[in-house]
Design a protein. Structure first.
Length: 190
């Protein structure tokens, strides 16, 4: 999606450790009108496939997931990283290595909200090595639900997550696909 590529070139900053900072609009300060256009694009791509729930992981995937869900008219299920007293003990959980925190987290969703027969679209802000998505897929499988597809805002294709997920048989639709980030310069896939 050209719109997101242009926005990344205008407002994104390349940090050390292969991290792209886009927190002025995507995952810290949220440009709601802009994110809504991204959500519409994801909806247009996956419309007609029977998606009845969007699954994401807290916290940075939530905004794009919600903006997408408004077009599907479906709920967003947000996998939690911390067990609080208001989440039931009856959960599916999976282990995920965090790209940004460099730690292993447990992610969990209540069994009440992820059901056999659900048709799930996974949405996240970034796709790097694919660990977050693989953890979310694991939760879906445990519930006997189906992953219809995976959509991310920014995919850093060179970090392997795209190949990993497509090799597993999943369709991945990302709105901006980065082929390289070098010396602060961003090159997109053709
Ligand atoms: P993966 O699990 O695919 O390796 O990494 C995806 C997760 O790490 C996303 O949920 C996102 O929060 C975070 N992430 C990965 N790369 C970046 C990046 O370049 N910038 C930011 N802000 N987050 C990233």
């Amino acid at each position: 999606m050209k719109l997101l590529e242009e926005k990344i070139l205008k407002d994104g900053k390349v940090l050390s450790g292969d991290v792209l900072k886009v927190d002025s609009f995507l995952n810290h300060q949220l440009d709601v009108a802009f994110l809504s256009k991204l959500g519409q694009d994801i909806f247009n791509h996956f419309d007609g496939r029977g998606v009845n729930k969007i699954l994401t992981v807290e916290a940075s995937g939530i905004a794009l997931a919600c903006m997408t869900a408004q077009y599907f008219g479906c709920p967003v299920l947000c996998a939690k990283k911390h067990k609080s007293i208001n989440i039931s003990n009856d959960v599916y959980f999976s282990k995920v290595y965090s790209f940004t925190h460099k730690t292993e987290n447990l992610i969990m969703v209540s069994k009440e909200y992820l059901n056999a027969g659900d048709k799930i679209l996974i949405v996240d802000d970034f796709l790097a090595g694919g660990n977050a998505c693989v953890g979310l897929i694991d939760l879906v499988k445990q519930a006997g639900a189906v992953v219809v597809g995976i959509s991310t805002g920014v995919e850093k294709t060179y970090q392997g997550g795209y190949d990993r997920l497509t090799d597993m048989g999943y369709e991945v639709y990302s709105l901006a696909r980065i082929a390289e980030m070098k010396d602060g310069k961003i090159t997109f896939e053709k």
